[in-house]
Design a protein around this ligand. Sequence first.
Ligand code: HEC
Length: 165
Amino acid sequence: MNLAMKGVIAAGALALAGAAWAQAGSKIRTPVKWVPGQQMPVEDMKNYPCHMADEPCSRIAPPRIEKVKWGGTLGDAAKGEKIALDLRWGNCIACHSLPGGHEGGNIGPSLAEYAKRNMPLDYTFQRIWDVRAFNPNAFMPIYGPNKVLTEQEIRDVMAFLMATR
Ligand code: HEC
């Protein structure tokens, strides 16, 4: 899929979110029934903070910044690859080129050679869990506190990034 197509898909998802808003009440943070790899149920989108000043979601506070400590082991690289490439899961590919020859978006730096850079695991883990620990205005999604990825899934993605190919 080329990048232009990804843009179209992203625009479609936003339009969908807008449509959900049109009929949404302002109930805050009901449990999310999203299944990774499947489309986010549109009725749940209203439970996430947004930047649309005239919508109730703009009044939902973002989750608190979470600092995490690395310990334990990397996960399953093959699963991590799947998570990173899945547009309805990690979707790292939207902003990053990834190891294994996966060309992605260029909003973030290329991670294709990430293993070679020997970045510390605790840095990488924190960065994916909650990037705001480094920069409160960072552009990367907040994967841990927003429950997009579990700790194990981040270990899997890290195994994929750290695998030398
Ligand atoms: C919406 C775009 C976007 C998505 C999606 C995204 N990132 Fe990022 N990422 C960035 C940007 C931009 C940076 C550069 C610093 C910053 O602003 O956060 C970055 C930086 C990073 C870094 C640090 C790179 C370095 O050189 O230190 C890592 C590691 C990383 N991202 C991993 C991931 C992983 C893994 C995923 C998927 C689970 C992901 N990113 C999803 C935009 C994104």
